[in-house]
Design a protein around this ligand. Structure first.
Ligand code: CP
Ligand code: NVA
Length: 302
């Protein structure tokens, strides 16, 4: 695969053809293609926030590529005592061959990319979650076999997960609909940037109107990590954007995605997540195949 992939700080670091190649490769790996081997590479994971899927799928991905991985949290490193991000990045870059960072601030990822001297991958920040989106697109490829003309309706908070889906709309031909209340809209500058690049992103406030004719319904938690103090207000404001059986019946046979972890009974009901239209566990599995493709691309370019 030819790619110029150096850092993945946000999905728009990729060009259309690069994203298409990553999805194609991830899909091949998912179906049993032989992974490339990188026995001399080590992936570093530096996480400021908890994780189940991202951490373990990255570690499993590295292992399946014959590479090593090391994991560090902010709490048990000198970052906790105030060592500057740029110093940490420069030191880790001397030991390791790529860094996957989960941070409160997007700026931490961008600063690390400027200083590390090795590829830096966004493993979730306050603004973006690009690795999630690549796995989401792989799940669409797996279950619907195309992107063109798909109507994906995202319900709830216009957060980091939505922002990366919006960036995807600039790179694949999906119709993305944001459906949430005022006050929870995605960053208007980002939406404008995506539209300038030709992406189709619209807002529809009414859930029933939004989901009619949808191919995919997608939601995420209403309270993201770091927003815990707002959770009561968020539960109140977002209550009518829950994906439940009634709303799903308006959407017909639409598939249901959720990046997980889910707060069952809030943004999605138990019966929907366990139901026949849910693809959330394939979606979670696809994190690993997608990240194998990302690591292959990063380590093959050298
Ligand atoms: N979807 C996702 O990023 O999950 P984790 O927080 O468990 O990594
Ligand atoms: N929006 C959520 C995603 C978790 C995977 C968060 O940032 O906490």
């Amino acid at each position: 695969m030819t790619t110029r992939l150096r850092h993945l700080t946000r999905l728009l670091d990729l060009e259309r053809a690069e994203l298409a190649a990553l999805i194609e490769r991830a899909d091949a790996l998912r179906q049993g293609a032989e992974p490339r081997r990188f026995p001399d590479k080590i992936l570093g994971l530096v996480f400021e926030k908890p994780s189940t899927r991202t951490r373990i799928s990255f570690e499993a991905a590295a292992f399946r590529l014959g590479a090593g991985s090391v994991f560090m949290t902010q709490r048990d490193s000198q970052l906790q005592r105030g060592e500057p991000v740029r110093d940490t990045a420069r030191v880790l870059g001397r030991y390791l061959d790529a860094l996957a960072l989960r941070t409160f601030a997007q700026e931490t990822i961008e600063e690390s990319a400027r200083y590390a001297g090795v590829p830096v991958i966004n493993a979730l920040s306050d603004r973006y979650h690009p690795c999630q989106t690549i796995a989401d697109l792989l799940t669409l490829q797996q279950h619907l076999g195309r992107f063109e003309g798909l109507r994906l309706v995202y319900l709830g908070d216009g957060n980091n997960v939505f922002a990366s889906l919006a960036e995807a709309a600039a790179l694949v031909d999906i119709d993305l609909v944001f459906c949430g209340p005022e006050g929870y809209d995605p960053d208007p500058d980002l939406v404008a940037e995506v539209r300038e690049l030709g992406g189709r992103v619209t807002t529809i406030r009414d859930p029933e109107q939004a989901v009619a004719g949808a191919d995919v319904l997608y939601t995420d938690v209403w309270t993201s990590m770091g927003q815990e103090e707002e959770s009561e207000r968020r539960r109140r404001d977002l209550a009518s954007y829950q994906i439940n059986r009634d709303l799903l019946s308006v959407a017909g046979d639409a598939l249901v995605l959720h990046c997980l972890p889910a707060h069952r009974g809030e943004e999605i009901t138990d019966d929907v997540i366990e139901g026949a239209q849910s693809r959330v566990f394939d979606q979670a599995e696809n994190r690993m195949w997608a990240q194998m493709a990302v690591l292959e691309a990063i380590w093959s370019r050298e």
